[in-house]
Design a binder for this molecule. Structure first.
Ligand code: GLY
Length: 396
């Protein structure tokens, strides 16, 4: 579908089958999968391997993060989660690098009677959808995770919600993509080029023009403000700030927490993700503050306060890092995938809270769309053009 039929090799860096705008996790997985299908792929990003994945905790929590009304997204999440073991193994095989993929399960707990009622309802909803989640009493929760607060009233054990280390995953994808022939242009994209009703590639800030059969916009939270596209084509993606902390556990995960533990405390999500290497990730705020990435005293305070209610022992741990990142939020909290409202343009953005979970299906779906022109069935509910005005309105 997208092969640039020019007879010019990529030694001339101005021509490609596919140019991916953005070298974060989603851009990298798209580039890697497309290159594996024989396409000549260029990634344009001043610092590939960066982006929200450098901040994300890496929960693969399709079942515990289930929201009412988001059953289609749940299906996509489960589809992606089911690919993770092989995806991580393939990356490790290709690069010799680990991804921190860990099949450890998740425990979602309740701290008071209201939380308990809420979790009970969630459990009933999960059960009605045939999802595997087991109700535990407070005592059973503490037997599994002795560091939990004595006041924990009950919880949901979800053995299928795992974790991966997004930083290691991104590092492995960068190496895998390069090994598969992806070329990296470490320069900012000045604008996406449009000729008539077709996207034709990008112009880089250093003046290089890259002509491509297909341009994939995978610029995370920046995707909604990339230059060059008409307003009606820009994806409705906004930044959603998340502050997150990293702590160090005494002697590896089993000594402190063995699995991801999460709760809703005072209406906010808090989660603790213990890694094999002793890192404990504590997240995350969710704030609509535009492009602000300041780590605030209030954000850190609230995270520590809520996590302390859950696992009092965390205040003894060394605090090694505080960070804020920007999730790419979309109007329905779901990604925008595949062909967009202009020919030659595809989107891989808007993953909001689920970029890490959805990386495997996103790479596969975009590679399919790039080679056949069609999204695979599981990705069609998330077609990129679902928010675009209908064509009559566009031309009116
Ligand atoms: N998926 C977790 C978060 O976005 O905070």
């Amino acid at each position: 579908m997208v092969r640039a039929d020019d007879g010019v090799g990529l030694e001339n860096k101005g021509v490609a089958d596919v140019v991916v705008v953005g070298g974060g996790l989603i851009g990298l997985v798209t580039a890697w999968r497309a290159a594996q299908r024989g396409l000549r792929v260029v990634v344009a990003d001043p610092a590939p391997g960066g982006g929200a994945a450098q901040v994300a905790a890496g929960m693969l929590a399709a079942v515990t993060e289930l929201q009412y009304g988001e059953q289609a997204l749940l299906k996509l999440g489960i589809e992606s989660a089911a690919r993770y073991r092989e995806f991580a193994a393939e990356l490790e095989e290709a690069t010799g690098l680990g991804t921190g993929y860990r099949e450890c399960g998740t425990l979602a707990v309740a701290l008071d009677a209201d939380d308990r009622a809420h979790l009970r309802e969630l459990h009933a909803f999960q059960t009605s959808l045939g999802l595997a989640a087991q109700w535990l009493s407070g005592r059973e929760c503490r037997r599994l995770e002795p560091m939990l607060a004595p006041g924990v009233r009950g919880g949901l054990r979800v053995d299928g919600d795992h974790q991966v280390d997004p930083r290691r995953l991104t590092a492995a994808l960068l190496v895998a993509a390069e090994a598969a022939g992806v070329r990296f242009l470490r320069t900012k994209v000045a604008r996406i080029e449009v000729a008539g009703d077709r996207v034709t590639g990008v112009l880089l800030a250093d003046g290089t023009a890259v002509a491509a059969g297909a341009t994939v916009l995978a610029a995370g939270s920046e995707s909604g403000r990339v230059a060059g596209l008409p307003a009606r084509v820009l994806p409705p993606v906004r930044p959603v700030k998340g502050q997150i902390l990293r702590l160090r556990m005494p002697e590896g995960p089993a000594s402190f927490l063995s699995r991801t533990v999460r709760a809703v405390v005072r209406g906010s999500d808090v989660y603790l993700v213990p890694r094999e290497n002793g890192e404990l990730v504590l997240g995350a705020t969710s704030e609509e503050r535009g492009w602000d990435t300041t780590v605030t005293a209030g954000g850190v305070y609230e995270l520590l306060r809520d996590a302390h209610d859950l696992v009092p022992g965390i205040t003894e741990l060394p605090l090694t890092q505080t960070q804020a990142g920007l999730r790419p939020g979309s109007p329905d909290n779901a990604p925008l995938l595949g062909p967009a409202a202009l020919d030659g343009l595809l989107l891989a953005t808007g993953h909001h809270r689920n970029g890490v979970l959805l990386a495997p299906v996103t790479g596969d779906a975009l590679a399919e769309a790039l080679t056949t022109g069609e999204l695979p069935p599981y990705a069609r509910p998330f077609a990129a053009h679902r928010f675009a005005p209908v064509r009559q309105e566009q031309t009116a």
